[in-house]
Write a protein that binds this ligand. Structure first.
Ligand SMILES: NC(=O)c1ccc[n+]([C@@H]2O[C@H](COP(=O)([O-])OP(=O)(O)OC[C@H]3O[C@@H](n4cnc5c(N)ncnc54)[C@H](OP(=O)(O)O)[C@@H]3O)[C@@H](O)[C@H]2O)c1
Length: 287
């Protein structure tokens, strides 16, 4: 099996590449330098050229707030190029796993979102990813769409790394406590991707770690665990604030817990709780 991973310089792409390599799977990683998703008309040919058995599309425009200012680019990358990746895969009869997001939901629900629940994105990023999903399904109905959320890992930029940096610099951190979801460690997402592609499970799937947290809960746990593990932590207090006190250009879902009910049945192992995976990530990063 040969796997092509796009977005290889990103958080998930990098982790997946390393995971596949250590599982002795033949893998090619490509990033913006090799194939620029801002030029969707070149993408199908670039993907087809590689003739990979599986393409895992981790490449995406992920700047949620910036997307409000440059919607054209966000749609080129997340909608048009996602569809073009599917078109490229279809040309030679390959298989595709497209990564998507909890931000396709509006967050008005108060119980975990299932795969079939209605989408209603609040911002440009979510809308572009939702239309990307639809384009992929249209071209390749048998594609795998994997939605995840609150992604963090050792590679790239994320909330955990930002909190570690700020906690080393400041006495107090303020973090919103009225947005609720579940963090997902890239290493765990990569494991789930391996199961999905090895078993070839078409359709839409949700995956994050287990449990529920607000960003405040997540930040507090990062500080507690990091201190315990010997990270340089100066912060004395993490204070919860409402989102209204931290306005951002893009609205975010207040509740975006994804149901793992469907994927649990095929994984064959227990999904780790987010606290457990956060600890594992912090331990790995401190080495
Ligand atoms: N981050 C989250 O919290 C989150 C939550 C839910 C779902 N997701 C989804 O998970 C997937 C992986 O996200 P991630 O966290 O790994 O994101 P990431 O770290 O931002 O990585 C995205 C990758 O896409 C590449 N990319 C951006 N614009 C491109 C372009 N014009 N042409 C080619 N490549 C381009 C980036 O390249 P450069 O390195 O050159 O910029 C980067 O390597 C995405 O589908 C994302 O929508 C993420």
């Amino acid at each position: 099996m040969k796997v092509l991973v796009t977005g290889v310089a990103g958080q998930l792409g990098r982790e997946l590449m390393l995971k596949l390599q250590s599982a002795n799977v033949a893998v090619i990683g490509i990033g913006r330098g090799e194939l620029d998703f801002a030029n969707p008309e070149q993408v199908a040919a670039g993907i087809a050229e590689q003739q990979a058995d599986w393409v895992v599309n981790c490449g995406a425009y992920t700047r949620v707030d910036r997307a409000e200012e440059e919607p054209e680019l966000a749609f080129q990358v997340n909608r048009d190029s996602a569809k073009a990746v599917a078109e490229g895969v279809k040309r030679y009869g390959g298989r595709l796993l497209q990564v998507s997001t909890d931000f396709i939901f509006d967050g008005n629900q108060s119980h975990p979102y299932q795969e079939g629940d209605g989408a209603n994105p609040l911002g440009v990023y979510g809308q572009s990813k939702w239309e990307g999903e639809q384009g992929v399904r249209e071209v390749l109905p048998e594609a795998i769409i994997l939605r995840t959320a609150w992604v963090y890992g050792e590679h790239g930029n994320n909330f955990v790394k930002t909190m570690l940096r700020l906690a080393a610099e400041r006495d107090e951190l303020t973090v919103v406590d009225d947005q609720v979801g579940t963090p997902a460690w890239t290493a765990d997402i990569a494991d789930a991707i391996l199961v999905l592609i090895k078993g070839d499970h078409p359709g839409t799937w949700h995956f994050t770690n287990e449990g529920v947290a607000s960003w405040y809960d997540f930040a507090q746990e990062i500080v507690i665990m990091a201190r315990r593990l010997g990270y340089p932590i100066r912060v004395k207090r993490v204070r919860p604030i409402p989102s209204a006190d931290f306005p951002t250009p893009a609205a975010r879902p207040a509740y975006s817990v994804l149901s793992k009910q469907k994927i649990r049945a095929i994984l064959g192992y227990d999904i780790p709780h987010w606290r457990q995976s956060l600890t594992a990530m912090l331990k790995a990063s401190s080495r």
